[in-house]
Design a binder for this molecule. Structure first.
Ligand code: FAD
Ligand code: MG
Length: 354
């Protein structure tokens, strides 16, 4: 890693530091709060979400944003009968075209482009594999390698077609192909919720969509939001980040995983080349950029790529910032975060990716 600059941090009592940091965030938030704050928490997309808006009419705006998230779930869910994605997956045995709403087609076109751009690290066609490992039902199992080999041809994202003709949008799939937008759905929902909030006059808002953080504007006092990055090894905050008008999206193996009889830990993010849970040496990847959709896709893709692949991708694109935490407790961050990121936990090493 010739491009990396390293420095060691002193050992500190990170728990005390984390407590102080969280207290500071709370104090900062309280000072920015006014009577015009409205907050709603709810379950959607199988996770817990909170939307907080500030300003006149914030209650109506926040409720509309919540409704928009439910609409997106109805469209994209792999489990809700009748959703566009459910209808595509239902006939996975055939080569076929399925008529879908323009919104689903647009999102699938984005997902296919991200698959090409990341050389398959992000792959929206892995649902048959995710199912075989039991991540969709919680009935976890290590599938037979022959079954994985049978399923892999159906995960070829280069065969996914998104088209429009006869006044409708169509998605073309090959036999065995099953789609899953779980790695981008929350990010897209965040962007759409922010759009609704803006359309309804809100200029300051904080969204926590199952760990995907998205902020609109600054806090009401004009200062940036302080967002905590979760420590992958416990539930404390390991770093803080100052942001405005941004998404901060993390992918990690520490929330959805199982330990099999062989004693190995298998996580929910799949390496499309092997059909197995990815082992890239990373504990978590956080992406920072304006679009929640882009950040969500990238967090999954960079997690699959691993440290060197992610750093190489960043150097090629440079349209996002990134924090990578390795299993060996090193933290790497891209140079655009210098001055905005405060590291609290005593990582083994902290490096800047340039
Ligand atoms: P991310 O890294 O953002 O995404 C990982 C998820 O993407 C995996 O869980 C898998 O679904 C998929 N994936 C795995 N590997 C790859 C890869 N290489 N490329 C692309 N995608 C990959 N969960 C339920 O258990 N039941 C539900 O009914 C349910 N409904 C949902 C409805 C919607 C609309 C959405 C967006 C999510 C839903 N989920 C549901 C959650 C979903 O299955 C994922 O667990 C969740 O989105 C993971 O997000 P993440 O931020 O933790 O990880
Ligand atoms: Mg993601």
């Amino acid at each position: 890693m010739g491009y990396l600059f390293a420095y060691m941090r002193n050992k500190t009592d990170f728990r005390v530091a984390a407590f102080l940091f969280v207290s500071t965030i709370m104090a900062a938030c309280l000072s920015g709060c006014s009577q015009q704050k409205y907050s709603v928490s709810f379950d959607a997309m199988n996770t817990f979400m909170t939307i907080t808006g500030y300003g006149r009419k914030s209650e109506a705006a926040v409720k509309k944003a919540q409704t928009r998230i439910y609409e997106i779930e109805e469209l994209l869910s792999t489990t809700k009968e009748g959703s566009d994605i459910f209808r595509i997956n239902e006939k996975a045995g055939e080569t076929r075209e399925t008529s879908v709403q323009a919104e689903t087609a647009g999102l699938l076109a984005f997902a296919r482009d991200m698959a090409f751009s990341s050389e398959g690290a992000f792959n929206p066609c892995l649902y048959s594999i995710t199912k075989a490992w039991g991540f969709t039902t919680g009935q976890y199992t290590v599938p037979d390698s022959l079954l994985i080999q049978e399923l892999l041809p159906g995960t070829d994202y280069t065969k996914l077609k998104v088209d429009s003709h006869d006044g409708e949008c169509w998605v073309g799939t090959i036999p065995g192909m099953m789609l899953d937008l779980g790695a981008v759905g929350k990010g897209y929902a965040g962007d759409q919720a922010i759009k609704v909030l803006k359309e309804n006059g809100i200029t300051s808002a904080l969204l926590d969509l199952g760990g995907n953080i998205q902020v609109l504007g600054t806090k009401t006092d004009g200062t940036e939001w302080n967002v905590g990055i979760r420590n992958p090894w416990d539930s404390t905050v390991c770093a803080g980040l100052k942001i405005a008008d941004s998404a901060v999206v993390t992918s990690g193996g520490y929330e959805r995983f199982f330990t099999a009889d062989d004693g190995r830990k298998y996580i929910h993010i799949i390496d499309g080349t092997t059909g197995c849970p990815v082992e890239s040496g990373l504990a978590a990847v956080t992406i920072v950029c304006e679009s929640g959709l882009h950040a969500d896709a990238l967090s999954t893709a960079m997690f699959v790529k691993g440290l060197d692949g992610a750093a190489e991708y960043w150097r090629l694109h440079r349209d996002f910032e990134m924090i990578v935490i390795t299993d060996g407790q090193d933290l790497y961050y891209t140079e655009g975060l210098e001055g905005r990121l405060s590291v609290i936990y005593s990582f083994s090493n902290v490096f800047v990716i340039r």
